[in-house]
Design a binder for this molecule. Structure first.
Ligand code: PEP
Ligand code: MN
Length: 341
């Protein structure tokens, strides 16, 4: 249920509604907008209905949320804007997340970070723990990789996006990650999602290879339910019958997710394409379609990359790419946020 407060409702009236929701064992998720406060009540519907909140002081109306995802629903609030190390994403703010697939060495990581920072990136990405299709492939540098990411952040000031695969690594990842990435293969690892939800740290949640948008939103709900409102949804390509490229980038997901949810939507053209030549056109299309951000793989020497070499952009060419993406985002009314606000 969603409790919409009156425009002039007082803080005491809001608190009284929250207390009553929680008195029946449900959880209250207030969202204070510019005009009105809306309180999501998540729990047993019957119990909440029996409270008769429509008659409580300061309440305008009580509306049922019909979707199975409640906190992620666009019914709950206006579009969310997340602030990550001073960079904004959502609403009219666009973020460009760039960096290598994986942290390979000090030189490779710092060179990539310097070049994407100079080229206008908002955040720096790089995997220290890598989900690989083969257990025999390089699995990432682990804690040493996290240390190199910390060094890249100290030098460039760019906030870090890095993947957490296993809840047992949450402590070291939290030391470095400004955004915790949940990989496509872990989208439905509900225990991991709940654990990340409890940390409160922003999350980049990648869509599973064959997940529907409703399944993606239900996965987001696991994080939100723990009281962590900082979720970014990421479209990264899905499996289809087409074999001419790695995955099919589902750009329709961008406006549809924006209809269904208030959460910012990020597009990953690199993993969808699997091929460098496709990354720029897909990025421009995604930005023009209204994505709130792009996460793109960039490497100083892609031809020598340990993984995903063919799809990584040349770091030396990043600035030119970023400028084009910025212009495409402007078509959708968004401004690149790459400086601390
Ligand atoms: C990645 O971002 O490096 C990655 C492995 O992505 P995905 O989980 O979307 O395959
Ligand atoms: Mn990759």
């Amino acid at each position: 249920m969603m409790i919409v407060m009156k425009a002039g409702a007082t803080e005491d009236q809001v608190q009284a509604v929250i207390d009553r929701i929680e008195s029946c064992g449900a959880r209250a998720h207030p969202s204070r907008g510019e005009e009105v406060t809306v309180i999501g009540a998540v729990g047993d519907r019957e119990h909440v209905a029996r409270l008769g909140l429509e008659r409580a002081p300061g309440v305008e109306q009580v509306v049922p949320i019909l979707k199975p995802y409640k906190l992620a629903s666009s019914q709950m609030r206006e579009p969310s804007v997340l602030e990550i190390g001073g960079r904004r994403i959502g609403g009219e703010h666009f973020s460009l997340i760039a960096g290598p697939c994986t942290v390979e060495s000090r030189d490779q990581t710092l060179t990539a970070a310097r070049l994407v920072s100079a080229g206008g990136a908002s955040l720096f990405r790089g995997g220290a723990y890598k989900p690989r299709s083969s257990p025999y492939s390089f699995q990432g540098l682990g804690q040493e990789g996290l240390r190199l990411l910390a060094e890249a952040k100290a030098e460039t000031g760019l906030p870090i996006v890095t993947e957490l695969m296993d809840a047992r690594d949450v402590e070291p990842v939290l030391q470095v990650a400004d955004v915790i990435q949940v990989g496509a293969r872990n989208m439905q690892n509900y225990a991991l999602l709940a654990e990340i939800g409890r940390t409160g740290r922003p999350v980049l949640l990648k869509r599973g290879l064959s997940a529907t948008l409703e399944e993606l939103l239900m996965a987001a709900e696991y994080v939100l339910k723990e009281g962590n409102p900082n979720v970014l949804l990421c479209e990264r390509g899905i499996r289809t019958f087409e074999t001419a490229y790695r995955f099919t980038l589902d750009l329709t997901a961008v406006p549809v997710l924006k209809e269904l949810s208030h959460l910012p939507v990020v597009v990953d053209p690199s993993h969808a394409a699997g091929r460098r030549s496709l990354v720029e056109p897909l990025s421009l299309a995604a930005a023009a379609a209204g994505a709130d951000g792009i996460i793109v793989e960039v490497h100083p020497q892609p031809d020598e990359a340990i993984c995903d070499g063919p799809q990584q952009l040349y770091a030396a060419e990043f600035a030119e790419y970023a400028e084009k993406v910025e212009r495409a985002a402007a078509l959708a009314g968004k401004v690149l946020s790459n400086m601390p606000a």
